[in-house]
Design a protein around this ligand. Sequence first.
Ligand code: NAD
Length: 347
Amino acid sequence: MAQLLITGGAGFIGSHTCVVLLEAGHSLVVLDNYSNGSPEALQRVASLVGPDGARRLCVVEGDIRNPSDLERAFHAAPAGAPVEAVVHFAGLKAVGDSVNDPLTYWDVNVGGSRSLLAAMQRQGCRTLVFSSSATVYGFPTQVPIAETAPVHPINPYGHSKAAVEQLLADLAASEAGWRIARLRYFNPVGAHPSGAIGEDPLGTPNNLFPFITQVAVGRRPVVSVFGGDWPTQDGTGVRDYIHVMDLAEGHGAALEHLLTQGDTLLTLNLGSGQGHSVLEVLRCFETACGRSIPHQIVAQRPGDTAITVADPSRAQQVLGWRTQRSLRQICEDGWAWQRANPQGYRP
Ligand SMILES: NC(=O)c1ccc[n+]([C@@H]2O[C@H](COP(=O)([O-])OP(=O)(O)OC[C@H]3O[C@@H](n4cnc5c(N)ncnc54)[C@H](O)[C@@H]3O)[C@@H](O)[C@H]2O)c1
């Protein structure tokens, strides 16, 4: 079992991955500045994994851009155990915000990753799992999208992810010993089946699923559906939704692979390979929560695509991993979280 550093572990995907990694017996130091995460999420992670798991979870509040915060995190493990690998979630993820404020996005996502990698080099830790995104593909020329598709992002968020991917490739080529997985997530949704942890966006959600859950629980009046005239079966956009627990398990598998097989640079799509339209998701969620979800069709958003679906076969070949959970389970678990926590982690 390894000593790991998890940046952004208090966030949506990070907190679920912490549960999976602690349950697998790893020891974790989480570094998070709580700009979009909550200490409460980590307390709930600790309760979910029980006293033995909780003893293997150590939390450092700090910023990945700050070398002294990174230094503290690398030395925070009890008994000074060296960090063997890093899982790097910390970053900003709202496409719209990135268009309005590209400097901040490049600072946190690219500058922060550069500063983390420099700290890893200083500490002699060269194993990394990085949160990339299907956004790097931009407008896909072919669907389902394989990892060989051109990287051609169309917004500053996507550019920042593609830039870090390039930095990681340069690093892997520069020096033997780096073992890096660049994981391109499709649409992570759902929640831990306990309903204790889930997605808790600050302000207006950028993505469909938290919007639906907040309308279902009465926090917002209506779901806006961006475009009813896409060339799809019902006119609404089609996406590849991946249950956050499947995604978390994908990180466990990638880490295991890097630590045991020693691949230098791995690039994998993490998606289900199944496409669902917005109306399909709405109907499925209505069944899960037993109430109707008011929605209205509005204009398409610039930069959106009709259909984005992963070809996840490479992850299955290399890691032996594939998604296990259906859209129905995504909706049931997402509803269990939102119903039990109508205001997210806030009291
Ligand atoms: N959720 C998605 O739809 C999605 C899709 C593709 C890729 N990703 C990527 O996955 C990663 C995790 O996404 P998420 O949905 O869990 O987001 P999130 O915002 O819930 O989690 C990110 C965490 O990083 C922390 N953080 C942000 N800046 C930091 C900094 N400078 N120093 C330390 N901590 C910092 C936040 O407080 C938060 O806890 C991100 O890098 C995101 O770009 C997310």
